[in-house]
Design a protein around this ligand. Structure first.
Ligand code: AMP
Ligand code: MG
Length: 488
């Protein structure tokens, strides 16, 4: 069976597919007409212990389209539910299939998922397919997020299917291979707690703890510990998003992973000009998922997780609710602590000082009022050359900078030390929206070089590479009202 791809090095050990039938549906990807490789992530494949040189490109295209499944795979679509823009819905993998769990070189377990692999029992009215633009967008942004040192699912490959998908216009069909610590979402717990089989919740809980957080197995309060652990992970994740100006765009509960990885790249984008209310997604009319609402939404989503865990927190429901509520209420303090810690790093501040809060808020306010570019302002403070420097001769900025420089002297700091801190926190380059669009448009017209050039810079966002300046410009003014689309 599948000899052509048998030497690649897949090591499947599938555990989720052994969960009860009501949690998933077993099925294979629906074959596609004429698969063709667009991009393969060779640095990721190395980390996974896969060797694609053992076969040819044609076979790789067959494999990454799901036409030819590697030995040991046990393909499933997962059931889940979720609050989408606040409304509860039954969902599930409507256009994705996990073909199995691969054990990497250093014995880590990863879901290998095909996104755009055809209809499943959870497709509702959808066609189960995906278009090239959105899949490459996920590839670019997820790899950028990874390089920014932010937990995320990764992208291993994108293939064209040789089929057309119908959206508002006919589009090129594609499949993305996504690699994730798991695809267990807040919404998976929401599904389990209301599913007919009352045992599903405990089964999912035990599975999740075993797979992700085995240290809490022997705890006296394991459900509460899981909630606290996920809360910590997701808090850190959102703080990291805020650090680099990332706006996820669809923080529905089904798009929040229990592992704490960024997942489900849809209408996400990076903020150029600092404005807390920035929203790019065309479907987010109310700004529910705006830049500055992200922590509040993370808390809201964690509250949905807490609700789902109530039956496992304590047999006494009132007591369980009280414990869960107290835990969720501690989010704001936890977030604030982590956010200030992150902002101090962005500014190279050692230790803590009473005036730090004011200093940080003053800079953000100045940036907002003066429409300064978020990323480039921190580059400027690191003495990196950027093109638009005129804005920083503004009097407000100069006096802020003086206070900052006074503060920098505290806690036995030195310019070297603070710069070192700043360099780890402040990227020199982010996926600028117009650059991403340019790359996608070219790819749609069979020219992959703009995307590959962009990826080269995004791979090392903290390094000053030759030619970087072209990737540092904010969007031209005509692009200011940039909009992203869900791409389903
Ligand atoms: P997303 O917005 O990608 O998080 O998707 C939300 C839900 O819609 C998930 O259950 C997806 O599997 C499903 N979905 C999205 N696009 C499609 C599609 N083209 N066909 C079937 N289901 C889809
Ligand atoms: Mg989703």
């Amino acid at each position: 069976m599948n000899k052509a791809i048998s030497k690649i090095g897949w090591r499947f050990d599938n555990t989720y597919s052994k969960l009860p039938d009501t949690m998933l549906s077993k099925l294979s990807p629906i074959p596609v007409k004429a698969p063709q490789i667009i991009i393969i992530n060779h640095s990721l494949s190395k980390q996974l212990g896969l060797d694609f040189s053992t076969t040819n490109e044609e076979n790789l295209a067959l494999m990454f389209s799901g036409n030819l499944l590697p030995e040991g795979s046990d393909a499933i679509a997962q059931a889940y539910a979720g609050h989408q823009f606040g409304h509860f819905t039954m969902l599930g993998d409507g256009r994705a299939i996990v073909i199995g769990e691969h054990i990497s070189k250093n014995n880590q377990r990863f879901d290998i998922q095909f996104k755009g692999s055809g209809k499943t029992p959870f497709s509702r009215n959808g066609d189960g397919r995906a278009a090239l633009g959105p899949m490459l967008r996920e590839y670019i942004i997820s790899e950028a997020i990874h390089a920014l040192n932010i937990p995320t699912t990764r992208s291993l490959a994108v293939v064209k299917t040789g089929e057309t998908v119908m959206r508002e216009t006919p589009l090129i069909g594609a499949i993305l291979t996504r690699v994730a610590k798991s695809h267990i979402r807040v919404g998976t717990f929401q599904y389990a707690v209301i599913s007919e089989d009352k045992k599903n919740l405990k089964t999912l809980f035990d599975y999740t703890v075993e797979r992700h957080y085995p240290h809490i197995k022997d705890s006296k309060t394991p459900a509460l510990d899981l909630l606290k652990t996920v809360m910590e992970k997701q808090t850190k994740l959102v703080v990291d998003w805020m650090r680099v100006g990332f706006i996820h765009g669809v923080m529905n509960t089904d798009n929040m992973a229990i592992s704490g990885e960024t997942i489900d790249y849809g209408p996400c984008a990076f903020m150029d000009t600092y404005d807390p209310e920035t929203v790019f997604s065309s479907i987010d009319q109310q700004g529910r998922y705006a830049y500055f609402n992200q922590p509040g939404i993370a808390k809201w989503n964690l509250a949905r997780l807490a609700e789902s865990l109530i039956p496992l927190i304590d047999n006494d429901k009132d007591k369980a609710i009280k414990i869960a509520t107290e835990t969720i209420n501690s989010f704001s303090e936890l977030y604030k602590k982590n956010w200030f810690k992150m902002m101090r790093k962005k500014l190279g501040l050692l230790g803590e000082d009473l005036k730090d809060e004011g200093l940080i808020i003053d800079l953000l306010t100045w940036m907002h009022q003066n429409k300064a570019d978020y990323t480039n302002t921190f580059c400027y403070l690191m003495n990196e050359k950027i093109k638009e420097e005129k804005i920083y001769s503004n009097q407000g900025f100069i006096s802020w900078k003086q206070q900052w420089q006074e503060r920098l002297k505290l806690h036995k700091n030195s310019p070297e030390k603070s710069l070192e801190l700043m360099r780890l926190a402040n990227p020199l380059v982010i996926p600028r929206n117009h650059k991403v669009e340019e790359a996608l448009e070219a790819a749609n017209n069979d020219d992959l070089s703009p995307m590959k050039n962009l990826l080269k810079f995004l791979e090392k966002p903290y390094e000053n590479q030759e030619g970087i300046i072209e990737y540092q410009y904010p969007a031209p003014p005509s692009n200011e009202k940039y909009q992203t689309f869900c791409g389903t």
